[in-house]
Design a protein around this ligand. Structure first.
Ligand SMILES: Cc1ncc(COP(=O)(O)O)c(C=O)c1O
Length: 384
């Protein structure tokens, strides 16, 4: 059975837009390599589809959060290098060796446990906490840390990195302070470390002084802005990679004053034409958005009404009476006619960020690839 046909709520992944975004980002960082983040199923876009396309474009390594994210892709035949960004427990160290993965480390315990199981050389990346306040070696401990690492000949420290908590804000003073702290460590360790990288998407656009030797873009490769307060206008040239669509499966006339869906959280305000669509929180559409959303049908914004259920929700399509039919396309995120609903719009309504909106799209939603064939002929050079 072709589940991409039976599961009517689908995400379309536009690979030409992904290529476009990579070209834009590459222009911003010049000759430096980009190490794209494809963790959390490529921010909900499908790590296999995105990983394969980036690999075809020549991007390596790719950044994931967890060992299993990399192993799943390797087992699907993706032949590339992976940096594993998040710390794990010591008992998982052997998998870094077995699968040739490159962990980010920030404790000596991690390094010594790795060395114990390292039957072959292991490449690691050091994380320094310059202000993220999450994981990382304190800047004043890095020199000592490197001396300790040198006791383990199987371990190669390939790079040192840090991360920004506030680069997407319009006030960049904290980020500039972080860059200063990082640069001081760079000065002290230049002889031992070949590559330094710091920039996430926000810093790629707004903080060129953070570009160092490589950068790790995430949200921007998917064509989404790191925030709505970015300063570099080039962020407006990003093109969303994902659009999210479904189809109308049922239509009914409902009289004025009737309660709809669980809890009757909505009562019709007029005689209404109501469409059912197979989209629910089981597909990753937050129930908290019930009665607060608009979707596109025939290029017209239609209100979502009543509680969003696990597998279905309702749209008021009264304004399309006489025109709308079962099977009509409904755009949840994306363009239709002259109208567009963005992940930013959903995020703002829900009180979250676009990252969460796309990352939450459930696994059961098929991801359908669009475009991507012309990329092979793209006459541009990826800097290495
Ligand atoms: C360590 C690290 N680097 C880079 C990124 C990419 O960040 P962004 O998606 O904001 O570009 C992330 C994402 O959270 C991260 O955790």
């Amino acid at each position: 059975m072709d589940y991409t046909k039976t599961h009517l709520t689908q995400a379309f992944i536009n690979l030409d837009n992904l290529t476009h975004n990579m070209i834009l980002l590459q222009k911003l960082v010049g000759n430096r390599p980009l190490w794209p983040a494809i963790k959390a199923n490529a921010y909900g876009h499908d790590a296999e589809i995105i990983g394969r396309h980036l690999t075809r474009l020549g991007y390596a390594p790719l950044c994931v959060a967890h060992i299993d994210e990399a192993v799943e892709l390797i087992e699907k035949g993706l032949d590339t290098r992976f940096i594993v960004l998040s710390p794990t427990l010591p008992e998982n160290s052997r998998y870094f060796v077995q699968y040739g993965l490159e962990p980010v480390v920030c404790t000596l315990d991690q390094v010594s446990t790795l060395a114990e199981v390292a039957s072959k050389p292991v490449t690691v990346h050091l994380k320094v906490d310059t202000g993220m306040g999450r994981v990382g070696i304190q800047p004043d401990q890095v020199v000592r840390f490197l001396e300790e690492c040198a006791r383990f000949p199987q371990i190669t420290v390939r790079s040192m990195m840090s991360h920004f908590p506030r680069a997407d804000e319009s006030d960049k003073s904290f980020s500039r302070h972080q860059i200063e702290r990082f640069s001081q460590v760079v000065e002290k360790t230049k002889a031992q470390i070949p590559i330094y990288h710091f920039a996430n998407s926000a810093a790629i656009f707004d903080l060129p002084q953070a570009h160092f030797d490589a950068a790790r873009p995430g949200i921007s490769i998917y064509g989404l802005k790191p925030s709505l307060t970015m300063t570099n206008p080039e962020v407006n040239d990003l093109r969303p990679v994902l659009s999210w669509k479904t189809r109308i499966t049922f239509l009914k006339e409902a009289p004025e004053g009737i309660g709809l869906s669980y809890g009757h959280a909505y009562h019709t305000e007029r005689p209404s034409l109501i469409a059912s669509i197979p989209l629910g929180y089981g597909d990753g559409m937050s129930r908290l958005l019930s009665n607060r959303l608009e979707m596109l049908v025939q290029g017209v914004r239609c209100r979502q009404v009543g509680r969003i259920c696990m597998d279905q929700c309702l749209l008021d399509v009264t304004d399309l009476r006489g025109k709308v039919v079962i099977g009509d396309e409904v755009v949840i995120i994306g363009k239709q006619g002259d109208e567009e609903v963005t992940a930013d719009e959903l995020a703002e309504t829900l009180g979250t960020i676009n990252y969460e909106i796309v990352t939450n799209i459930a696994k059961r939603v098929p991801r359908i690839t669009v475009g991507g064939t012309s990329l092979m002929n793209a006459s541009w050079d990826r800097a290495t």
